[in-house]
Design a protein around this ligand. Structure first.
Ligand code: SAM
Length: 214
């Protein structure tokens, strides 16, 4: 079922990088994965745009969305880079660093979804190293270097339950369209034999766990 108009409005109003068609595909995947009754996990919260969709699906399924971010921004979001937004800098004396956590909290509050989300503030590999529970869905949209994308895959994909979904954002087979690290992770997941492709919506790839391992 497509998200209700108020959820779509909250998604469109939120700061972030996900276009609507990919958002609808993510929401559909989260709804389907929600049937497993397991948490839906996101790496890369930023200001909560995609979190809204996972939280809405989690609410419908009676589960929870878990979202991980250190809230200091990825490389390309730092001052002087292409995706920098000066309105999400903590300019308190002695800080001067990106801080998307307050904006994220406002996004969730305005969407009425606070109760359906657990936010983990920290580095994805550290969070993954202490995580023990099976997950219905893992959405990888954190750092886009090989180091970060690979550690997100290695840290979180093992927790995708049988029939659960692995979703990777910013998969660009053509280097002219964007960085290749998420594409390499996607290829690795397919080559592992553990995941089978379910859908392609622009740069968003949805895979299902159909085998063991990663
Ligand atoms: C592309 S943005 C996420 C966009 C968001 N999913 C959306 O749809 O609007 C990537 C986010 O990943 C976070 N990030 C990058 N590397 C990380 C790491 N190693 N651990 C935790 N968060 C990380 C950044 O702080 C940034 O907020």
């Amino acid at each position: 079922m497509a998200p209700k108009p108020e959820i779509l409005a909250a998604f469109e109003a939120a700061k972030g990088f996900m276009p609507l068609d990919e958002g609808l595909a993510l929401h559909a995947a989260a709804e389907e994965a929600g049937r497993l009754g397991l948490p839906l996990l996101e790496v890369g919260t930023y200001c909560g745009r995609s979190t809204i969709l996972l939280a809405d699906a989690a609410r419908a399924a009676g589960t929870v969305a878990v979202t991980v971010d250190h809230h200091r921004g990825s490389e390309e979001q730092q001052p002087g880079w292409e995706y920098h937004d000066p309105s999400v800098v903590d300019d308190a004396p002695g800080v001067g660093r990106m801080d998307t956590l307050p904006t994220f909290r406002r996004t969730l509050y305005r969407a009425g979804l606070e109760e359906h989300v657990i936010a983990m503030v920290g580095r994805s590999p550290q969070a993954a190293s202490v995580w023990r529970a099976p997950l219905g869905l893992v959405f990888i949209d954190g750092g886009h270097t090989d180091e970060h994308a690979t550690s997100d895959y290695e840290g979180w994909a093992p927790h995708v339950a049988p029939d659960g979904l692995l979703v990777v954002h910013d998969v660009f087979p053509d280097p002219a369209d964007g960085g290749q690290a998420p594409y390499r992770v996607y290829l690795r997941a397919l080559a592992s034999g553990a995941f089978t492709e379910v859908s392609v919506t622009h740069s968003l790839r949805v895979l299902r766990r159909t085998g063991l391992g990663i």
